[in-house]
Write a protein that binds this ligand. Structure first.
Ligand SMILES: [Zn+2]
Length: 340
């Protein structure tokens, strides 16, 4: 059954719209109890209880909007968080080096370059080679600094509301790297951050973050040998004491209205199932009644529910679902919301 346990760890990246972020934080504040890094560590290690609606905010990469948009809103509403940064990407003494994905998106806004890199199983040195030659071939200058400066990270760290965690040096897909490079990326980022901030680093987030595909046992063991007590993936499910402390799941949020975000978080790991149903609806593939029953049972257990299915959804002759104006497809969405 869903909705029994609403513990969620949320993962943001770059945020472009301050109003959107403020609305999301206000929504979360009205539904959840925020916890900080220390409370989460005590929950896993000391069995300290956390309420059923606990929520933790995390932000990856340390993009400059972490300082200009995210941090001011967190401060305004007193919301704790962890920011995961790379010590190599924080501008120091006027010099900077952006993340590979920032340069790749800048090179080619059609996303083809990003897709090539994602699908090619390339280690980080090859990724940089691909980007460098693309930039040279197309006479593209490297981007100005995109990330927080060391001064800004130190300021956030010293104020105590937001903890700073490590996120490797160069943001590779760790599982694609050699043993020594994988070890270096993790250990060096933790050590270097500790040197820069003057205290132990307690949290780590795997770049890209999908278990098995992006990191595995090897990486989890390396993190466990550092000062880090917890490490986070991007596996979208609720967190609980059953988690391995070096692979704690998180839900990614990047767009959508507060209502959409609320529904997404409530559905938790079932969101993927509902998305599949809605995708079938949009692509006008008819969904069988038994399939819908199966999905609903998966979502709601044997709890009674009332839903009105439009005839087109049940394989009837109606083809109006192909139209953007289709009131039937709107009808099914409202039906889902009524249940929620
Ligand atoms: Zn990242």
């Amino acid at each position: 059954m869903i909705f029994e346990d609403m513990r969620r760890i949320i993962n943001f990246h770059k945020v472009k719209d301050i109003k959107w972020f403020e609305n999301v934080i206000c929504l979360l504040k009205s539904k959840y109890t925020f916890v900080n890094e220390n409370q989460l560590i005590r929950y896993y290690y000391n069995k300290e209880p956390l309420s059923r609606n606990s929520c933790m905010i995390t932000v990856d990469d340390g993009d400059m909007t972490s300082y200009t948009i995210i941090y001011p809103i967190l401060k305004k509403y007193h919301v704790p968080a962890i920011f995961f940064v790379s010590p190599e990407k924080m501008m120091q003494k006027g010099e900077h080096r952006n993340f590979w994905f920032q340069e790749a998106r800048h090179c080619d806004d059609s996303n083809a370059l990003m897709e090539k890199i994602h699908s090619g199983n390339y280690p980080i040195d090859d990724i940089w080679e691909i980007i460098d030659s693309y930039q040279q071939e197309h006479h593209i200058e490297i981007l100005p600094n995109q990330n927080m400066t060391l001064k800004e990270v130190r300021e956030i760290d010293s104020e105590g509301l937001v903890a700073i965690g490590a996120h490797t040096m160069d943001h590779p897909f760790l599982a694609r790297e050699t043993d020594s490079r994988s070890k270096y990326e993790i250990e060096e980022s933790v050590k270097e951050l500790e040197n820069l901030l003057g205290h132990p680093i307690l949290s780590f987030a795997y770049p890209n973050g999908t278990p098995t595909t992006d990191f595995g046992k090897r990486e989890m063991e390396t993190v466990s040998r550092t000062t880090c007590k917890v490490a986070f993936s991007t596996e979208a499910k609720k967190f609980s004491r059953k988690d391995d402390v070096y692979s704690i799941p998180r839900f990614g949020l990047s767009t959508g209205s507060p209502l959409f975000i609320h529904i997404k978080l409530m559905l938790g790991s079932h969101y993927a199932t509902v998305k599949k149903v809605l995708k079938n609806l949009r692509s006008s593939q008819h969904v069988s009644k038994s399939f819908i029953k199966k999905i609903l049972l998966e979502l709601f257990g044997d709890r009674h529910f009332t839903l009105c299915f439009p005839p087109c959804l049940l394989g009837g002759r109606c083809r109006c679902i192909q139209s953007a104006q289709c009131h039937h497809s709107v009808g099914i969405r409202f039906s889902y919301m009524a249940v929620l």
